[in-house]
Design a protein around this ligand. Structure first.
Ligand SMILES: [Zn+2]
Length: 305
């Protein structure tokens, strides 16, 4: 096969690849659009946005980056036809440009999309639900009111802030809708009772990591609902990095501020900074919740140290 016929075959393949990549990119956008329109139930839409929307945008940019890569491989035909070396140079340039188009926007997405989603998610979560029984608007219960509708296991999850349940009631028909949302703190799913109540209680270092060898750590977990105890051995990376740990700035001041103003509190908003100085925002409906959250955070800090 001559170099010329190889080149023309190569370029045809590139055109097919461009079409497939564009189809993939636009298809991802379109499917995302369809899904957003398809979910009428606010909770289902909420779950879709928080778990899958970002992926669809990432697919879009990957497809776009691939299309740019294939397209650039069809350009600069004259120098490529004259010397075989140019086909590799073109290939390398196309990789760089394709990566730029595909990867950089995904990075931007990672930082910008959450802010955009936050407002939409909040609106969906608190948008009045309609009762399927009476067709009327339902009422969202407060933290104090909702406990009668939650079983013990659900309350255990709420008490350690790993899960937040919203309870909507229809006062006319007694229809109740319980929705599950991620809480402020992370707890693992217990492999015995299945609730999200498995918490890290203690970490023991069995072997200190050195510059050349990894160390070993044993993590002790306990389920705050069924009391299951679990131990897990893990390696520690050679150089200790990313030790995830929270600390509270001005914790005492928050406590004082809360206890002095016991009256008419509608919302307590807290800003907590982690070790890297990143702020985390939390909102609470009453003092008890905020205080027990601080206590949970203290416990977490103690186990991290
Ligand atoms: Zn359990």
């Amino acid at each position: 096969m001559s170099y010329e016929s190889f080149l023309s075959g190569f370029h045809s393949v590139m055109y097919v690849a461009i079409a497939i990549s564009l189809l993939f990119a636009l298809g991802s956008l379109f499917i995302n659009f369809l899904n957003l329109a398809r979910f009428k139930d606010p909770k289902l839409k909420y779950d879709y946005i928080s778990s899958r929307e970002k992926k669809m945008y990432i697919y879009f940019f990957i497809g776009l980056g691939a299309a740019v890569f294939f397209y650039l491989n069809t350009l600069f035909r004259e120098p490529v036809a004259e010397s075989k070396g140019w086909i590799f140079i073109r290939f390398a340039v196309a990789i760089c440009a394709g990566t730029l188009v595909g990867y950089i926007p995904s990075l931007l997405l990672k930082y910008m999309l959450p802010a955009n989603q936050k407002g939409r998610l909040k609106k969906l979560r608190f948008q009045p639900r309609t009762s399927p029984k009476s067709g009327k608007q339902m009422r969202l219960l407060t933290e104090q009111e909702e406990d009668v509708h939650l079983d013990e296991a659900m309350q255990a999850e709420e008490n350690i802030f790993s899960v937040d349940y919203d309870v909507w009631v229809d006062d006319d028909s007694d229809y109740v809708k319980i929705e599950k949302y991620p809480g402020h703190l992370v707890a693992l799913e217990c492999d015995r009772c299945g609730m999200q109540t498995l918490k890290l209680k203690k970490e023991e270092i069995l072997k200190q990591p050195t510059d050349t060898e990894p160390g070993e750590i044993v993590k002790h977990y306990k389920c705050s609902y069924c009391n299951r105890v679990k131990h897990e051995n893990k390696q520690i990376a050679q150089l200790e990095a990313n030790k995830e740990s929270f600390f509270l700035r001005f914790k005492d001041h928050i406590g004082e501020a809360i206890s002095e103003k016991q009256y008419a509190i509608q919302l307590i908003r807290m800003e907590v900074f982690d070790n890297e100085g990143h702020p985390h925002h939390y909102e609470f409906g009453d003092i008890d919740q905020a205080q027990s959250f601080l206590k949970e955070l203290e416990d977490k800090k103690a186990t991290d140290e």
